[in-house]
Design a protein around this ligand. Structure first.
Ligand code: ADP
Length: 240
């Protein structure tokens, strides 16, 4: 479970996250949606414990910067950053040692098989294409079997096979109770997997909907999204 309470993040005087409060339950797939610059990545990085912020963030009841929370948390950044001089397999080994995992090899091999990395096992990080780097980043985050997992724009840069495989994995994780948070500026990329959506604009959550609410009301999510993001932009332009 993820609990975000009054998250505010400023870069000098600029407020990138403005008092965000939201919760994502076990087994729920939540989407942080919003145009470029809305503050999605900043929120994800704060949750991952990479930035200083005001407010409180708990991962399965533990403060997000605690070691306990880090054990539960998987994070796939928007831009993958593999170690240049470690091979694909050494990345798995490195994570396994850092997290003191036991019996991780079969899981690592299975992840590599599903992302078509098995024959790249001995390739160095610096020898991998952008898409392969993204896949290794996903494997590193998932090999720890996280209880909460953060994906920042996960589908950008992946080939269709990897997208299909990742979506299948997201469904498997959800079925066993994993909390999943995905940031994206493309609503249609998550159309078939979201349970809850938070629409962000200018650092704020402007709307929250569950899939049930949308199905029952017949509301069109895309119209809601553009209604929020475009009308705001127009209002801002008028104010200038
Ligand atoms: P999104 O992920 O929704 O595209 P970001 O969280 O990356 O949005 O950025 C939100 C806002 O914060 C943008 O206006 C961006 O320019 C600004 N921003 C992001 N990172 C930094 C930084 N390191 N320093 C200053 N401003 C930043």
């Amino acid at each position: 479970m993820l609990n975000v309470s009054h998250l505010t993040k400023k870069y000098n005087k600029f407020t990138a996250n403005d008092n965000l409060t939201f919760m994502v339950s076990d087994g729920e797939t939540a989407v942080l949606a919003g145009p470029n610059g809305a503050g999605k990545s900043t929120a994800i990085k704060c949750i991952a414990g990479l930035l200083r912020f005001n407010g409180e963030i708990e991962i399965c009841g533990a403060k997000n910067k605690s070691v306990e929370a880090k054990r539960y948390l998987g994070y796939i950044p928007e831009i993958p950053a593999p170690f240049e001089l470690l091979t694909v397999w050494e990345h798995m080994e490195f994570i396994a040692r850092a997290y003191r995992l036991t019996d991780w090899e079969d899981r690592a091999k299975e992840l590599m098989r599903r992302f078509e990395l098995t024959d790249k096992r001995d390739k160095l990080g610096k020898e991998l294409s952008k898409g392969m780097q993204q896949k290794i980043s996903i494997c590193c985050a998932l090999v720890i079997d996280p209880k909460v997992v953060l994906f920042d724009e996960p589908f950008v840069g992946l080939d269709p096979h990897a997208i299909k495989e990742l979506k299948a994995m997201l469904n498997e994780m959800k079925a066993k109770g994993t909390t999943i948070i995905i940031s994206t500026h493309m609503l249609d990329s998550v159309d078939d997997i979201w349970d809850r959506v938070f629409i962000m604009m200018n650092g704020k959550i402007e709307a929250e909907r569950s899939r049930k609410q949308v199905e029952e009301s017949g509301e069109n999510l895309e119209e809601l999204f553009f209604g929020i993001t475009e009308s705001k932009t127009e209002r801002e332009e008028e104010a200038e």
